[in-house]
Design a protein around this ligand. Structure first.
Ligand SMILES: Nc1ncnc2c1ncn2[C@@H]1O[C@H](COP(=O)(O)OP(=O)(O)OP(=O)(O)O)[C@@H](O)[C@H]1O
Ligand SMILES: [Mg+2]
Length: 337
């Protein structure tokens, strides 16, 4: 049975405050920065489709955006919200996010009274905007539990601190970005089942990657852009994780080094190489070796490990089982173990 929240309809009292059940909430400021999504129109359409309601009884979906670090998940969500021309609120989830941080925070005002501040999420719910829960899997289960009713047909949250139930406006939409690294939590299934569908953001193709870099760094020289795109495309081919964000950072630094000292200009190539090393590490200079090392580590579970493998790299000269003829094709050699 759905709860009846008809008595608790929110009412705007001025353009920054909403009242629910006699409690005044101060709204967060919407995020306003232009953001364009370049290339890969299909995934943008998929995200926008989630937010369509096809009937009065239909509900929007809250998708999960996944993909490698720096591939554009947050950018996609922001661009989609901008395209809908809805107010956008971004909530940065962290390991320290407590359930109430996601909803309402009591703040002591100057007059000594308690003022209730609505989180970006609750502000989007009240104003009928979009909330992007960014890096959602950095947040623990307890915080996710507090928004479980929001992402099913109930579409409300309950704030213990303010003692009120907050219904979402019909126009409220949301998306959650998820990160792929070690400092994340496993989100429980009952929450994941509410965050559907899963949309995977992949790396851009050459033409799109060039357009992305040009969009962010319109002042970059074509030659520098070309070198960076070449590097990124090669790394995507090799299934390495260098992203458009890495490309933007490296190019930005290279351009600064280039213009730093007009009396002793350093060459483009030198500036680019230095930026590569300083931004992405020395290993980035040799993508092929990096890819080989990575596939060895990842292939670890396919290849049975001997005791010696725990102590020595496969190509370590001290490895007792090391093959003497130094063939690069490791996988084949180990295939008949
Ligand atoms: N298709 C695109 N159009 C425009 N900009 C893009 C696109 N893809 C990536 N970018 C740019 O690349 C950078 C990284 O993107 P973003 O921060 O959205 O990545 P992310 O997937 O959210 O990364 P993380 O996993 O670290 O959260 C940003 O500066 C973003 O503007
Ligand atoms: Mg992000």
């Amino acid at each position: 049975m759905m709860k009846d929240h008809s008595e608790a309809q929110p009412m705007m009292t001025d353009n920054r405050h909403v009242e629910i059940d006699g409690v005044s909430l101060k709204l967060a400021q919407p995020h306003s920065a232009p953001a364009q999504w370049i290339g890969q129109q299909e995934i943008l359409m998929q995200l926008l489709a989630c937010w369509i309601v096809v009937d009065d009884n239909d509900l929007p979906l809250t998708p999960r955006l996944i993909g490698s670090p720096g591939v554009g998940k947050t950018q996609l969500a922001i661009a989609a919200a901008n395209q809908q021309q809805l107010p956008l609120f971004i909530y940065q989830c962290t390991a320290d996010t407590r359930p109430e941080d996601l909803l309402i925070t009591p703040v002591l005002s100057r007059g000594g009274e308690i003022e209730y501040h609505a989180s970006p999420l609750v502000s989007a719910m009240l104003l009928g905007g979009v909330c992007v829960l960014d890096e959602g899997n950095r947040m623990n289960e307890k915080s996710w539990a507090s928004v479980a009713p929001l992402f099913d047909s109930r579409r409300y949250v309950e704030s213990i601190v303010a003692g009120i139930t907050i219904p979402a406006n019909r126009d409220f939409r949301a998306a959650v970005t998820m990160n792929q690294d070690e400092s994340t939590f496993e989100i429980p299934d009952y929450i994941l089942s509410r965050l559907q569908p899963t949309l995977k953001v992949g790396f851009p193709n050459k033409q799109d990657e060039m357009a992305i870099l040009q969009y962010h760094l319109p002042f970059a020289e074509p030659e520098m852009l070309a070198m960076t795109v070449e590097f990124l495309q090669r790394s995507h081919e090799l299934k390495l994780d260098f992203s458009p964000r890495d490309g933007i950072n490296l190019l930005r630094y290279a351009l600064k080094r280039l213009t730093q000292d007009p009396t002793h200009p350093i060459g483009r190539d030198a500036a680019w190489r230095e930026a590569l090393e300083k931004c992405l590490g020395e290993d980035a200079a040799d993508l092929e070796s990096l890819a080989q090392r990575k596939s060895r580590t990842l292939g670890g579970d396919a290849v049975p490990l001997g005791l010696a493998d725990l102590f020595f790299d496969a190509d370590d000269p001290l490895h007792p089982d090391r093959d003497v003829d130094d063939d690069d094709d490791d996988d084949d050699e180990r295939g008949d173990y």
